[in-house]
Design a protein around this ligand. Structure first.
Ligand code: TRP
Length: 486
């Protein structure tokens, strides 16, 4: 057994990790992506499956991920290798860490483009460039903003540079300080918008749309999307949470922090939905308008509100900050790895990574103008980066982490990391061994078209599969563990 590594940096305050992890989790995923996906996949059914995925897959896996980080004290690759070695396992498991790191990098390369939209809308607000009074007018502004690669490239480059400067400095202090006022600010802003929406029509329709659960309505693509989004919105399986976990002091409760982060994240997403869909229905915008949804709908609401311009400016400042605290976390794994394992200084690591990032993100940015037709099976660069990471890489990484923690590692490792009571631990183990993996595998099978899922009617079969799997697993796993451990 290796001795436990000493952590190199720890979060400053008692709340440091919670704030940073919340800052990573709450971002464009909640305010930009969640509403437009909900719109695309038909509303309530998507929301329900997304919530189920957060509870059954996201939360247990987040606990695993923080556990790896704290136990292995390092970047995803090193931490997972160390934890596996502690149980006598080979270095092959660190492949999960490699994939996670790559995934974080790929996500960031399209994330900066969307964050660039946010900054450019802040600029437009301040300079009076958002004064259309119809949906079509707003759509035209969004289109024009994308059409010029120099304009769009300027904003995404700006975001890339700012991210790299912050990461180069070391994330702790900057993140902890900004998240402390930004999170409450974001919630207040969304609160104001929800109150406005209550009185300006469309609210009832929005409630029906978001919470009218008709599970039979969800397509296979929608299922896969909901699961992928649960990973995305919690920043899972892409190095971010694991690396932050490696800075978590011993003795902090991993379970409690996980629940806090997941609940905050979910609340912000639902609030964003409640703020955005009323505007969409009141103005006859199509909920399935895709990635431009919030940029076409929200400015319209602000336009009509008293003090609208001021509130709009504050909103886009908040959105940009939320995007930045997430962006920083995505690249932290790569920079931490270059720094800790390769001995490259943080600043050099950040700039080196930043240059590669800039090239890939420029390709993603061009998807909205000159590169719109650079497609492969119907998806452009931006589309592929999003699709591969959210739908496949993150769930696969999560599956690997769950199996490693549930079946392969020595039992005492997570017992001591999580420090749960007997019953709680048994419940966690049940989730991580059977519920999360089964959920992920079933959704994959469905998405691959091997069989079609109709959860409204087939849930008894799923339940039966879970029971059978659990019985088999529990009968064989102690033996399996011994064999694997040699
Ligand atoms: N969770 C963030 C959001 O909802 C995005 C994010 C941050 C992320 N770090 C990540 C996504 C790492 C995947 C992986 O906007």
């Amino acid at each position: 057994m290796t001795t436990r590594e000493k952590p190199q940096n720890l979060w400053m305050g008692r709340w440091g990790f919670v704030l940073a992890a919340t800052g990573s989790a709450v971002g464009l995923g909640n305010i930009w992506k969640f509403p437009y996906m909900t719109g695309e996949y038909g509303g309530g059914a998507f929301v329900l499956v997304y919530l189920l995925c957060i509870a059954a897959i996201g939360i247990p896996i987040m606990m695993v991920e923080i556990g790896y980080g704290r136990r292995g004290r390092g970047s995803p690759i090193d931490a997972i290798r160390r934890v596996a070695r502690e149980s006598g396992q080979g270095a092959g498991w660190s492949l999960i860490g490699w994939m996670a790191m790559l995934c974080g990098f790929m996500i960031l390369s399209f994330y900066v483009v969307v964050a660039g939209w946010s900054v450019s809308y802040l600029w437009k607000t301040v300079t009076g460039g958002l004064s259309a009074d119809t949906v079509d007018g707003m759509a035209a502004i969004f289109g024009a903003n994308n059409a010029n690669p120099w304009n769009l490239g300027f904003w995404s480059t700006l975001v890339t540079v700012v991210t790299m400067v912050i990461v180069g400095k070391g994330v702790q202090e900057g993140i902890e300080k900004s998240v402390r006022w930004m999170m409450p600010g974001m919630v207040i802003m969304l609160g104001i918008m929800i109150v406005y929406a209550m009185f300006s029509g469309g609210f009832g329709q929005a409630l029906d749309f978001l919470f009218g659960f008709e599970i039979g309505k969800l397509s296979s693509a929608g299922l896969l999307a909901a699961m992928g989004h649960a990973f995305f919105t919690l920043s899972l399986a892409s190095g971010a949470i694991l690396t932050y976990g490696s800075y978590l002091p011993d003795g902090k409760s991993i379970a409690r922090t996980t629940f806090t982060v997941a609940i905050c994240d979910t609340l912000v997403a639902l609030m964003a939905g409640l703020a955005i869909f009323p505007v969409i229905f009141a103005n006859g915008l199509d909920p399935a308008s895709g990635p431009g949804l919030i940029f076409m709908s929200l400015p319209l609401a602000f336009e009509q509100m008293p003090l609208g311009t001021l509130l709009e400016a504050i909103f886009f400042i908040m959105l940009t900050m939320a995007a930045l605290t997430s962006a920083i976390s995505m690249i932290e794994a790569t920079v931490a790895w270059l720094n800790e394992s390769k001995g490259i200084s943080r600043v050099k690591a950040a700039w080196g990574t930043g240059i590669v990032l800039w090239i890939v993100s420029t390709l993603a940015m061009l998807s909205f103008n000159v590169g719109a037709d650079w497609t492969l099976v119907g998806k452009n660069v931006f589309g592929w980066l999003d699709y591969l990471t959210s739908r496949w890489m993150m769930p696969l990484g999560g599956l690997g982490m769950a199996i490693l923690a549930g079946f392969v590692l020595r039992d005492d490792i997570f017992r001591s990391e999580l420090g749960l009571s007997r019953t709680q631990h048994a419940l966690w183990l049940f989730m991580i061994r059977y519920v999360s993996p089964l959920g992920i595998v079933v959704i994959f099978i469905d998405a691959l078209g091997v069989m079609t899922l109709d959860m409204g009617r087939q849930w008894p079969w799923l339940l039966a599969a879970l029971v059978v799997l659990t019985v088999i697993g529990e009968l064989f796993s102690p033996r399996l563990r011994k064999q694997l451990a040699g």
